[in-house]
Design a protein around this ligand. Structure first.
Ligand SMILES: [Cu+2]
Length: 289
């Protein structure tokens, strides 16, 4: 997905949903989505992996960080005492401050656990669902069945396709979300190289943005939380690149993708609808074709 070796400072999500900055020296993180192992993770009833259940688009690299100051942990695929334990991935023993990363290329449901504390369990759902707009491809972690009673959260990637953006080029997005035709969310997101990861997290609380998970440089996922995502409604997501090569593009670079969020029913739809005007004539340069 264009994410390569990076020196880093990592923002690990913590149990409260806030995040902390943790330096990991000169090791390299490719992961764009951070799962945290917080202090006390080994205890019964504690948060073990945060977040424990995630839905990601295929191609996403997850980085797990052991932020538990007292215990080593593992990230081992499968269930405790299963005969396929560790066949998909296995971190081995992670001491305090260590991280492990794995890229999920295939669709499926991947359980994992800690071999040292088998009560610690997590799950990664991977979807290959992707929609093509005029300017962007959009992959949806929760897949075509965008059912928030099944997946508590859904990671989305937005990948520019109508223009070539160098990996180290800063890009500013304006991401708007409409509900039944009315804008209910809009904010700026910065990233490098054009690929933007944003996770939708329906909550009962106020709207807030967390992240990026990896902040130096910014390759990590952002998280949009809010109760506005919990309604049974027709949603539209509108990504627009507002700043590219340090200036506003001469032509609009925007697409709209409609999402039917239907929490009560198993079926929902994500399809690209009429995209921006001006097709793929973008700022007159660095076009892919
Ligand atoms: Cu453990």
């Amino acid at each position: 997905m264009g994410i390569t070796n990076l020196t880093l400072v990592v923002a690990g999500l913590i149990a409260s949903g806030g995040f902390s900055l943790v330096a990991y020296g000169q090791e390299e993180v490719r992961g764009t989505y951070v799962v945290d192992i917080p202090a006390g993770a080994y205890q019964a009833g504690a948060d073990h992996y945060v977040p424990a259940n995630i839905a990601i688009p295929a191609g996403t690299t997850i980085a797990w960080f052991n932020d538990d100051p007292n215990q080593p942990h593992t990230v081992t695929s499968g269930l405790p005492n299963s005969n396929n334990s560790g066949t998909e991935f296995d971190s081995g023993v992670m001491s305090v401050g260590a991280f492990f990363q794995h890229t999920f290329d295939d669709a499926g449901e991947f359980d994992y656990y800690c071999t040292i504390h088998p009560g610690m369990m997590g799950r990664v759902s991977v979807s290959t669902a992707m929609w093509e707009g005029h300017h962007f491809n959009v992959g949806m972690g929760a897949g075509a069945s965008f059912d928030f009673t099944k997946n508590e959260r859904s990671l989305i990637f937005i990948e520019p396709t109508s223009l070539e953006i160098p990996e180290d080029e800063p890009v500013t997005y304006e991401l708007a979300i409409m509900k039944n035709g009315e804008e209910v969310f809009s904010d700026e997101f910065r990233t490098l190289g054009g690929l933007l990861y944003v996770e939708l997290v329906p909550t009962d609380g106020e709207t807030r943005i967390l992240g990026p998970d990896v902040s130096d440089p910014i390759i990590g996922a952002y998280h949009i939380e809010g109760s506005f995502l919990k309604d049974n409604a027709a949603y539209t997501i509108r990504p627009e690149i507002t700043l590219l090569f340090d200036q506003p593009p001469e032509e609009e670079i925007a697409d709209e993708f409609s999402i039917q969020i239907v929490p009560e029913f198993p079926l929902s739809i994500l399809v690209p609808i009429a995209a921006g005007i001006g097709a793929s004539i973008i700022a007159g340069r660095r076009l892919r074709k």
